[in-house]
Design a protein around this ligand. Structure first.
Ligand code: ASP
Ligand code: MG
Length: 417
């Protein structure tokens, strides 16, 4: 017997038929003797609709009321799934975030989970063999007692947090893809599904553009060592062999991955913008003068390249920001121009960041050098580079995105045969 968390996203509970399908997936696990907590999202499109209602009522609205409204989608699906389970003979009860409770910080709209008491859920597993159907996305601020939500895509984080709280053996994320791929299969048809990926790698993949799960949920899984299994909700429950290994990707500890590749995946993000500050004075305090105001404006700076000046007087500094913050970043820097002191500000939004990820890089030299050569051979110019222990990223012209991703994908032997 295992203790499982099963999480179903919006497309998996998009209508009543799909919810009944989810109920049969849950029954399959219950019949196999497992203790099950299910986390559900709102029906597909429902949260967007609620967000839009808030905006239409008043563009500037109270974040506490926003949370009261958008949390409603999950309330509906959790109740419906409990009914669907009861209808097929499975003992089940729904739980709202405030009922468990899922205690969070006070940042309405993007609250962070601070604690979950899983005792009651576990007690009911034991005493009544009762399935807990938990509304994802929702929390409760511990001091004000108000409903909070965890940010868009937050039910992934609810699932992993509940799994940690009840010490589940595994957290299954049922979604509309059947796992995590070496890169986006729409760009590289030869992309392969990974059997396993380490938390750290998945964290990079998710932060760098692979939108399988909310980034925060992977962080949480890593900290609490929750094994996460990404699998498809479109398989018919009847077709799944309860004793076999279903298709999917296990996100787990590095030690659980025996055949470690040097490179695990290639991620890319087109939502980048490049800013270059020309002829900025080369003296102490300049980086602070530039990045201080950007930080205050809540703009995330990513790749940073600074040259050592030849004349000891001025230098160029290039960095990237999210494309959505490009205009705001330029404005912020223009306002601070007098303090910083520079000749000119250049920018570009038609750039892509391509990242090569793999924990195996820690123990292999020359991984990045190989990529630079291959990209050069295809005439792709690199505008900026950053490296860390388990990844490196290059900033290139957006027009070369597909060529670059495909080139690197074959270069590191990731193409499926
Ligand atoms: N329903 C919420 C959203 O659409 C949370 C989730 O689905 O993860 O963002
Ligand atoms: Mg989602």
């Amino acid at each position: 017997m295992s203790r499982l968390v099963m999480k179903f996203g919006g497309t998996s509970v998009a209508d009543i038929d799909r919810i009944k399908n989810v109920a049969r997936h849950v029954k399959r696990e219950v019949d196999a003797g497992h203790e099950v907590a299910v986390i559900v999202s709102a029906m597909a499109g429902e949260t967007n609709k609620l967000v839009e209602y808030c905006r239409q009522t008043s563009v500037l609205h109270d974040a506490r009321e926003y949370d009261a409204i958008v949390a409603a989608g999950e309330q509906v699906t959790s109740g419906l799934l409990a009914i669907a389970l009861q209808a097929i003979g499975v003992n089940a009860r729904s739980w709202q975030g405030w009922q468990i409770p899922v205690l969070t910080s006070n940042q309405h709209g993007s609250a962070r989970i601070e604690g979950i008491d899983g005792a009651e859920i576990v007690k009911r597993f034991k005493e009544r063999r009762e399935v807990a159907v938990v509304a994802g996305f929702q929390g409760l601020h511990k001091e004000t007692g108000r409903i909070t939500t965890l940010g868009r895509g937050g039910s992934d984080t609810s699932a992993v947090a509940v799994a940690a709280a009840i010490r589940a053996d595994r957290c299954d994320i049922y979604t509309d893809v059947d796992g995590v791929y070496t890169t986006d299969p729409r760009v590289v048809p030869k992309a392969r599904r990974l059997d396993r990926i380490a938390f750290e790698e998945m964290l990079e993949m998710a932060s760098l553009g692979a939108k399988v799960m909310q980034v925060r949920s992977i962080e949480l899984g890593m900290v609490h060592r929750v094994r996460i299994f990404v699998r498809s909700s479109f398989d018919k429950p009847e077709d799944i062999d309860p004793h076999g290994v279903p298709p999917g990707t296990l996100i787990c500890d590095e030690e659980e991955i025996l055949e470690q590749q040097t490179v695990t995946g290639i991620a890319f993000s087109k939502d980048e913008a490049q800013i270059s500050i020309r002829r900025v004075q080369d003296k102490p305090g300049i980086a602070a003068a530039i990045f201080g105001p950007l930080a205050e404006a809540n703009i995330n700076v990513d790749m940073i390249v600074q040259n050592v000046s030849a004349d000891g007087a001025t230098t160029d500094l290039t960095f990237t920001v999210p494309a959505a913050d490009f205009e705001r970043a330029k404005d912020t820097l223009s306002v601070a121009k007098a303090q910083i002191g520079y000749a000119r500000l250049d920018g570009a939004t038609d750039v892509t960041k391509v990242s090569v990820i793999g924990v195996g890089m820690r123990s292999h030299a020359g991984v990045a050098a190989k990529a630079f050569r291959a990209l050069a051979d295809r005439g792709i110019n690199i505008r900026a580079i950053t490296t860390s222990e388990i990844k490196f990223s290059v900033l290139i012209d957006a027009a070369y995105t597909e060529l670059a991703v495909r080139t690197l994908h074959s270069l590191y032997g990731l193409d499926k045969s």
